[in-house]
Structures are given as structure tokens and as C-alpha cells.
Design a protein around this ligand. Structure first.
Ligand code: ADP
Ligand code: MG
Length: 372
């Protein structure tokens, strides 16, 4: 066990790293982040900020020297850097788990092996793979770059072979997957925390609504039947066990019109759809990350109140905070980012209400009010 007073290292300095650092501090730990960005949101709340590239060996050495355990806040950190650190200090989640989660082909194959079906897909390594792929998958389909995609970036809906070829070329002909576009009834995600002893806790599934490929809001508890919720939790626990996973894992699922549960993707870290846990759960997902990597028991995941989490993007950014702050049952979280850009996640707010329908209505009213 790595006890309070120890120093926790984080690769990456975005809002997830920032909220991790706050949770770690609350529990009496010190934090050091490694991030090249001098204005990184986590850098401002960590005890120390090593400002360097993720592949900078000297910087990785410094991080390993001052930390008792190291984690990551995004999956696109080079797996090589995690492996390098692992020779010096414990790294959770493991480089192997991050390597699976950062590659769509690997994660889908991993899910299949663990008994969870993804949408029908074909791996595309070269342009010549597209023709047989479209024949097997049909249209509409989605072409997604195999690595580095997030918030709907690096993906294109395609309706014929010519569009698929154009999309593939526009992404620089990088390794991709062609995936069947499904008719979705709902999207849900399950968050899990697991320590090295295999002690595990899951939160009840969140129901996620995306707008323009970016998460807009999460409704918890998800309005799905109990069987599907249980199945999603069991499958998430199975995936984590199959990877010997240590840390917080988020698994995104699709629910089709005929109530099939389909694996979408997983993230080896806290997830945007888990931000509600900061105000509506006994233990936040960030505290879970601290507990899991320090080999403490995972915390109580009980929901204290139905909740809706709404993302605030930098598209329209001159909000009247007093309007939001004067509401009962509403909590505002801002990430301290200096520059607002379209699609950039600037903060979120959580709306708590014992009646989920009231929370949904209030969340939408506040969101529209803020966007004016
Ligand atoms: P990202 O890494 O950007 O989150 P996802 O693969 O999760 O990428 O895709 C983003 C969103 O696009 C999904 O949450 C879903 O709304 C939609 N989407 C992705 N794949 C499919 C699919 N096969 N069928 C239908 N909708 C999809
Ligand atoms: Mg996603």
C-alpha cells in the first residue's frame, strides 16, 4: 500500500489530471505532473509540474525519482514511456492495458476475446483493404482512425466506397477501422475501479448523450432495464480482470434498438461521463484512481442522488455564472483553461434532484441559458 504522504505522478496535465491532483491532495498525497504545456490545467494544482515532452528520458527519470507510483490521465501517452517508467517505479494502469485501449483494432479484438461483441468492423491497414471491408460491412459505415481519435475526431461517416477512400486519404492513410453504423437506442458507460489485489467496485451505468461527436450530458442512473445494466457491469468487470487492470477503467457501450449490448470503446482512466461522481457519489472517480493505484480498497460507489452532468464547451464562452450559481442542487466545475476554443472542454455542471426528470429539465434550461 502506498499511504498518504507519498507522491503520485501523472502523465498528462488536462482536466482529468487536474481533478486527480485535487482528489489526491484531499487525501494527503503529493502530486507531480509531466506535461509539455506550460498552461496545463493540472500543472496549476499539482505540487510540481515537469514541463517536458512525454518521450523526454531525462524528464521521465525525474518523474520516477520523485514519485512512489505513476499513472496517466490520457490514453495517448506513448506506451514506450510507460514501459520505461515501469523499470523504475510502479505504473498503473499497466503499459499493456494502455496499449490495448489506445488502439481501436486491439481493443475491439480484446473485447471479442472477453466475450463482448463490438459493432461489425474490419481493420484497414492500406487502401486496398477498403473494398473487401465495405462489402463485408455495408453502409452507412464509420471510418475511424485506429489511434489518437477523441471527441469524434478522426472519424467519418461514409455511404459509398469513394467516400471511404476519400476519408482514408484525408486522415493520411493511417491504420483505421471501418465500422458498421448502428441504429442506437442509447449509449451508456460503466466506470470501474480495481486495485492490484483484484478488489473491484463499479458505478451504476451512466446514460450518455453526444452532440457533434462530443459528450453533451450524462444522466445517472441510466434509464435502461436492470438486466442490461447488470450485463454492462458484469462485462466491464470481466474486461478489467482479463487485463489484470489496476486503476479506473471506463467502458462505453451501445444499446441497439433490439436491446443488444455492444462494446464501443474503453478508456484506461477516469472518464467525462463519470464527472457526476464528484457531487453525487460517496466516492468520486478521481479518488478511486488514487485508491486503486495506491492499492487501497476501492471506495463506496453508491449514488447519493439522481444527477445530470452537462459539459460546457468553449463554443460560446462568456457565461453568466451567477445565473447557474444561484440554483439549488447545482454544482459548477471549471478547469482553469485560459483559452476557450470551439469544442474545447472548459468545465461541467452537475444537477442533483431526487426526481431525474426534474434534473433533466433543469439541466437543459441552464445549458440553454448559459449558451445565450
Ligand atoms: P471517440 O473516441 O471520439 O469518443 P467513439 O468511437 O466513442 O469515439 O465515437 C463517438 C460517438 O460517435 C459515439 O459515442 C456514438 O455517438 C457515435 N458512434 C461511434 N461509432 C458508432 C457506430 N458504430 N454506430 C453508431 N454511432 C456511432
Ligand atoms: Mg467515445
Amino acid at each position: 500500500m502506498i499511504l498518504p504522504g507519498a507522491t503520485l505522478g501523472v502523465l498528462g496535465g488536462g482536466q482529468l489530471g487536474r481533478m486527480f491532483c485535487v482528489a489526491a491532495r484531499t487525501m494527503g498525497y503529493h502530486t507531480v505532473i509531466l506535461d509539455p504545456d506550460p498552461a496545463s490545467p493540472a500543472g496549476r494544482v499539482a505540487d510540481d509540474h515537469i514541463q517536458a515532452d512525454y518521450t523526454d528520458k531525462a524528464a521521465l527519470d525525474r518523474l520516477a525519482e520523485c514519485c512512489d507510483v505513476i499513472t496517466t490521465e490520457f490514453e495517448n501517452v506513448p506506451a514506450e514511456s510507460l514501459k520505461y517508467l515501469l523499470d523504475k517505479k510502479p505504473v498503473h494502469p499497466s503499459p499493456q492495458a494502455v496499449e490495448i485501449a489506445q488502439n481501436r483494432i486491439k481493443e475491439k479484438n480484446f473485447a471479442i476475446d472477453a466475450g463482448i461483441a463490438p459493432a461489425p468492423f474490419a481493420a484497414i491497414y492500406a487502401e486496398a483493404d477498403l473494398q473487401p471491408a465495405v462489402e463485408a460491412i455495408g453502409f452507412p459505415a464509420i471510418l475511424k482512425s485506429s489511434t489518437l481519435g477523441y471527441d469524434g475526431k478522426g472519424q467519418f461517416i461514409v455511404d459509398d466506397l469513394a467516400q471511404a477512400v476519400d476519408a482514408f486519404r484525408s486522415m493520411g492513410s493511417v491504420e483505421s477501422v471501418l465500422e458498421k453504423k448502428l441504429d442506437l437506442k442509447k449509449e451508456i458507460s460503466v466506470l470501474l475501479a480495481r486495485n492490484a489485489h483484484g478488489d473491484v467496485q463499479c458505478y451504476s451505468p451512466a446514460e450518455n448523450e453526444h452532440r457533434n461527436g462530443i459528450l453533451h450530458q450524462s444522466i445517472v442512473p441510466a434509464r435502461v432495464n436492470d438486466e442490461i445494466a447488470k450485463e454492462a457491469i458484469q462485462k466491464t468487470i470481466g474486461l478489467a480482470a482479463a487485463m489484470n487492470y489496476v486503476g479506473v477503467l471506463a467502458v462505453e457501450f451501445f444499446i441497439t434498438e433490439d436491446d443488444q449490448l455492444i462494446f464501443n470503446e474503453m478508456a484506461p482512466r477516469p472518464h467525462n461521463s463519470g464527472h457526476y461522481t464528484k457531487d453525487a457519489s460517496v466516492t468520486s472517480q478521481f479518488e478511486q484512481q488514487v485508491r486503486a493505484i495506491c492499492d487501497l480498497p476501492p471506495g463506496d460507489t453508491r449514488l447519493l442522488s439522481p444527477v445530470v452532468m452537462v459539459n460546457m464547451l468553449g463554443d460560446v464562452w462568456d457565461p453568466d455564472w451567477s445565473f447557474l450559481l444561484s440554483e439549488t442542487g447545482v454544482k459548477l466545475h471549471l478547469y482553469g483553461k485560459k483559452e476557450a476554443r470551439p469544442g474545447r472542454k472548459m468545465g461541467h455542471f452537475n444537477v442533483l434532484d431526487k426526481d431525474i426528470n426534474n434534473a433533466i429539465l433543469k439541466a437543459e434550461r441552464l445549458f440553454i441559458g448559459l449558451s445565450r
